[in-house]
Design a protein around this ligand. Sequence first.
Ligand code: SAH
Length: 208
Amino acid sequence: MLEADKRRLLDALKRQGISNNRVLKALEAVPRELFVPAGQRQLSYHDHPLPIGWGQTISQPFTVAYMAQLLDIQEGDRILEIGCGSGYNAAVLQEITGETGQVFSIERIPELVQLAQEHLKEAGYRQITVTEADGKQGLSDHAPFDRIMVTAQGAQIPPAFVRDLQAGGVLVMPVSSGNSARMVRLVKRKRGDHEITSHGAFFFVPLV
Ligand code: SAH
């Protein structure tokens, strides 16, 4: 039942423009049912966000795939996620960057940090580091990062994110205007300045 739902989901993602094979393989590999609340497991491979408690949500599979594809993750990349939530997106990022890569994720709600750590352990992603902190400060102790993914919407890109991004690195974040947000992709150039492009409208929980 879940397997059939997963196949349908992957086909739908392809039809909606997800073509990066590493991204599709990662969504196939990560058991999303281990990251959603027990009472909602039957909805694991429906293309919806789901509530995970504390007013937060596990992102919709399409959004996870879309952002990961925009990030253009390479094998072995060091990746920072802001907004760990359930831990699902961190697991997808780890699958994409592979065994030689490293994923760091920041979450501000202590109960979600613990929950994400439990989910990640159960699903076998032991190398992911989840830090309890205000993500807006970045993670300078472990910088620079090749890729940064922000899974909560804010009115602007915090300067610490650009500081912690490797030259040549890519950041993807929903930047809000009113209630919704546009998906912004920032590339930090080798000479230090950066280039920003916009990639459609989305809705996320706020980066507080
Ligand atoms: N990536 C998650 C979805 C997370 S929803 C998943 O795959 O399940 C966004 C998350 O960002 C929430 O858990 C919220 O608590 C967290 N968040 C919001 N503002 C934050 C901040 N300033 N620092 C760290 N985490 C933050």
